[in-house]
Design a protein. Structure first.
Lengths: 398, 259
């Protein structure tokens, strides 16, 4: 979007080399490349543009504010490497996202970051924020202490105050002014990205055979890594080339599934489910619909209010509260709306909020006659043999 | 009609033949490192034992963790579905199956018509599996076949607080050095296994008559400990670890019939 200034010398050479490589790639290649090596993508972006990059861990991070400040918001999804440094700072019952995220910060894998923002979600992320601040050594650090309850007027007022506070902190830290105009522009950019991702999900639900099993997952992840303007251009071109075909596609007899949980950083899971005879048609994931659903108002007078309203309107994650049965009701509705045959819960091991929610969600689905399967994941998925035994049995069961 | 089920488990390979709705024979052997070879061997041995020729077998279903390595099978189905079908074949009243094998334990809920409606299995951990018992038997220099009988003689089961196989083994060694009786330690080991499996079963919700299958079903001490933890009486599959192969053969017969 022209926010990144071209640098001199090496940066210019890199830029030319990058443009040549980009020219030879199609949008799908670029999504996959960003998804395969997010850090490599971010490092390249930084070299080309000399821009600043701010990392974030969860879908409650106000990416529009970061974007409006002229920074690149970069989603940290952890890694799959060996944990050598992080364990010295963490207890053994921390989830793999926290462990591998901290490891990446400590071992230099995130050296392209200028800082990170930690929205108030689960306890582990709160404590990670402190450990990160003390040990990671990045120049900038932000805590965005969002309200926990998201269904009251006072929470809405508090949410707006917190977002305003973050806006001022960003302005101060990076010596920029985040004008209302810039913020509206960022809101519009992200609204279009969300709209495109929703279209992509809609096409998959309409006809799963249009895509490789893990394609939609990879593209959605790429949206969280790539520069918004570049992603928007690519996703528009990509969607323009998708022909919807016929309802349900060619996969007769195949089962339709909804994934529910926190983060999913395992494209293999989609491929293995496909091998077992099922297509993922929708999700309720922090790295999926919870990142892109609900658009912020574009026509109001208060852009911060528009952002606050979006967070109040979208589905809550289990670290937040809207209504005691909100998540279960929405999940069951999603299953019905997308004619799904069942739900696979992807639970990150040691993720307390999701673990606490699971028993009631499972009971609710059982009572609604919706079959479900629980799968605990970590930075590496379970062994393929065990995974296929679970998936094949579940698909047979449906 | 003759159908075969072949179950390649982590420790043993099993085969079962069903002829006109009746069990014609079973065979069990160690899997070893070559799962495809074990599948072929166990079926060949069973055919020889029963006098049935290979070409007479109408349909073969493979199951178990090595199910996809049985290249001569007509279809593969997971051991969860097969243990459910096998348990129902043995006892039509069964609604809940606990299958404890060498490397995993599974709880399976069946519908009235015998279909799997829910299940859970252990994850990445040997606690609550046959392997756990094997490690403990080695530490106690005892034969696994005697475990049931020895644990029945325990007065106060020893508390094994660790659920990790390696740490539990250290705990057992430490109990040995303190002079704890072997009977009490074995009973404690069974309680440890039962705690793990019963927690998984309770999460699923135990319904109706329960049957235990898999190799650990042969261990009366483990079955007794599970009955105490769950507060229900458990029907033990007389075919223990052969139940999955029988279920596979039965499902093969159904498929052949409906073809």
């Amino acid at each position: 979007m022209g926010r990144y200034r071209a640098g001199k010398g090496r940066a210019l050479k890199n830029s030319r080399r990058h443009r040549l490589r980009e020219f030879q790639m199609n949008p799908e290649d670029r999504f996959y490349s960003a998804c395969l090596d997010p850090s490599g993508y971010a490092r390249g972006l930084k070299q080309r543009t000399c821009g600043k990059i701010l990392g974030y861990f969860c879908s409650y991070a106000p990416v529009e504010l970061i974007h409006a400040a002229g920074l690149h918001p970069f989603r940290i999804l952890g890694g799959k490497g060996e944990i050598r440094l992080a364990d010295a700072h963490l207890q053994s019952y921390c989830c793999s996202l926290v462990r591998s995220g901290l490891e990446a910060a400590l071992n230099g894998s995130l050296d392209f970051l200028d800082g990170a923002v930690f929205p108030h979600t689960c306890d582990s992320i709160q404590r990670l924020s402190d450990i990160w601040r003390l040990n990671a050594g990045f120049e900038h650090h932000f805590d965005v202490v969002l309200p926990v309850k998201l269904n009251t007027l006072s929470a809405r007022r508090y949410m707006a105050e917190v977002l305003n506070g973050f806006r001022k902190e960003l302005e101060q830290a990076f010596q920029v002014e985040i004008t209302d105009e810039a913020l509206w522009r960022a809101i519009r950019d992200y609204n279009v990205i969300r709209e495109k991702l929703e279209s992509l999900y809609g096409l998959r639900s309409f006809n799963p055979s249009l895509f490789d099993p893990s394609a939609v997952h990879r593209i959605t992840a790429a949206a969280m890594f790539m520069e918004p303007g570049a992603f928007l251009k690519d996703i528009s071109e990509y969607l323009g080339n998708v022909e919807p075909g016929v309802l349900g596609g060619t996969g007769s007899g195949r089962k339709r599934l909804v994934l529910s949980g926190g983060i999913c950083s395992h494209p293999d899971i989609y491929d293995l489910l496909a091998r077992a005879g099922a297509d993922v048609v929708w999700d309720d994931l922090c790295t999926g619909t919870r990142w892109f659903e609900e658009k912020a108002e574009e026509d109001g007078r208060d852009p911060i209010g528009a952002l606050a309203d979006r967070y109040m309107a979208r589905s809550v994650c289990p670290a937040k509260h809207a209504d005691v049965r909100a998540r279960a009701g929405e999940l069951a509705d999603t299953v019905r709306r997308h004619r799904a045959d069942g739900v696979v819960f992807l639970m990150l091991k040691f993720c307390d909020p999701h673990a606490f929610d699971y028993p009631y969600l499972k009971r609710f689905l059982d009572e609604a006659g919706i079959a479900s399967l629980l799968l605990e994941t970590e930075d590496h998925p379970p062994a393929e043999g065990q995974l296929m035994t679970r998936f094949e049995t579940f698909v047979d069961m449906l | 009609m003759i159908t075969a089920g072949i179950d390649i488990g982590s420790i043993t390979a099993k085969a079962a033949l069903i002829k006109d709705g009746e069990l014609a024979g079973t065979r069990l052997d160690f899997t070893g490192y070559n799962a495809p070879k074990a599948g072929r061997r166990v079926l060949d041995d069973l055919l020889e034992k029963t006098g049935i020729k290979k070409q007479e077998v109408d349909f073969i279903i493979s199951t178990g963790y090595g199910r996809n390595s049985v290249d001569f099978a007509d279809k593969s189905i997971t051991e969860i579905t097969c243990h459910g079908a096998g348990a129902r074949f043995i006892d039509p009243g069964v609604c809940f199956v606990i299958d404890v094998g060498g490397q995993d334990s599974k709880v399976i809920k069946l519908s009235r018509d015998g279909k799997v409606v829910d299940f859970a299995m252990n994850d990445k951990c040997a606690a609550g599996t046959g392997r756990f018992l094997e490690v403990m038997a080695r530490a106690l220099e005892s034969d696994l076949d005697e475990f049931g009988e020895l644990s029945a003689r325990a007065d106060v089961p020893a508390a094994i607080s660790s659920i990790c196989t390696v740490f539990a083994e250290s705990e057992v060694i430490s109990l040995i050095s303190k002079g704890e009786s072997r009977e009490n330690m074995i009973a404690g080991i069974h309680e440890s296994v039962a705690s793990r499996i019963s927690a998984m079963a309770k999460r699923l919700g135990v319904t109706g008559p329960v049957m235990m299958t898999g190799g650990v079903a042969k261990n009366s001490g483990a079955v007794r400990a599970l009955e105490n933890k769950l507060g229900v009486s458990i029907r033990v599959s007389p075919h223990a670890q052969l139940t999955g192969a029988m279920g596979a053969a039965l499902l093969a017969a159904r498929m052949e019939q409906s073809a």
